[in-house]
Design a protein around this ligand. Structure first.
Ligand code: SF4
Length: 275
């Protein structure tokens, strides 16, 4: 009986001990929870935490601002650089444009001078041509159109050309070295200016006359001057040679010669007296 009571007492004791231990654990747990609660709800800590956070935020904002300003500055610098480059490029462009314009102006001036020069030369040329055209005579045109054979072989219809040539030369010879205007001569001989001009060319080619180009009453014409006096049959009519008995032995360098012939001398003297 006593043993049973001891056992029960022991058990009760053990249970109480466990109960105490549990109570202690509960108390500890509670204390821990309280401590935790009290720790987190402390206003000072909150304030510090808030302050730290604010500082952190401010630092972050400052950093962001700084970065932003840096970026802004960089952007501004870049823009300024671009602006400077643009200005330099524009200045360069303007300089090139100015140079180009000056070059073009120079070219224009040179072109204008060249054109003026060309026009002057052209004008001079035209004036010269005009002058030459005015100076150009019908005879010159004929000389261009006709062949030498056509000039020297010129014939007037139904007219003895030898006699005509002699007649013309005799008339011209009458004017001696002064010569005469061809137009006046053709009037005297009642020849057209076309025929007269061709006759003058023929006589010139024959070596009988010379033609001198002159300006008469604002027109270019020719003065005809004798070059070689033709032999006229009239001039030897009555000469002693025609009936001379020693004509066959007479020569310029011979013993009988016109240089020493008395008959010739007498005839010439008579002729001179008659003139
Ligand atoms: S020059 Fe005298 S010599 Fe001779 S042929 Fe005449 S006339 Fe006769």
């Amino acid at each position: 009986m006593k043993n049973d009571s001891d056992k029960i007492t022991k058990k009760v004791k053990k249970i109480n001990k466990i109960k105490d231990q549990l109570a202690q654990l509960r108390a500890k747990l509670k204390a821990s929870e309280d401590q935790q609660t009290s720790f987190s709800s402390k206003p000072k800590f909150k304030k510090i935490k808030a302050k730290t956070q604010q500082s952190k935020n401010e630092n972050l904002e400052a950093r962001v601002e700084k970065k932003k300003a840096k970026v802004q500055k960089k952007k501004k610098e870049k823009e300024e650089k671009k602006k400077q480059a643009r200005m330099i490029a524009e200045k360069k462009k303007a300089k090139v444009q100015k140079k180009k314009k000056a070059k073009e102006e120079k070219k224009k001036q040179a072109r204008m001078i060249a054109e003026k020069k060309k026009a002057k030369v052209q004008k001079k040329k035209e004036a010269k041509k005009k002058e030459e055209d005015l100076k150009r005579t019908y005879e010159e045109e004929l000389e261009e159109q006709l062949t030498e054979e056509e000039i020297t072989g010129f014939q007037l219809e139904k007219i003895d050309m030898d006699r005509m040539c002699n007649k013309v030369c005799e008339i011209i010879a009458g004017y001696e070295t002064q010569g005469t205007l061809q137009s006046e001569l053709w009037k005297k001989l009642k020849l057209s200016s076309r025929d007269g001009s061709r006759l003058a060319l023929k006589l010139e080619r024959m070596g009988m006359i010379t033609r001198e180009k002159i300006l008469e009453k604002e027109r270019w014409t020719y003065k005809l001057i004798i070059k070689k006096i033709p032999i006229s049959t009239k001039s030897i009519e009555g000469g002693p040679c025609l009936t001379c008995p020693v004509v066959t032995r007479c020569s310029l360098d011979g013993e009988i010669s016109p240089r020493t012939c008395q008959w010739i001398e007498d005839w010439v003297m008579i002729e001179l007296k008659n003139k």
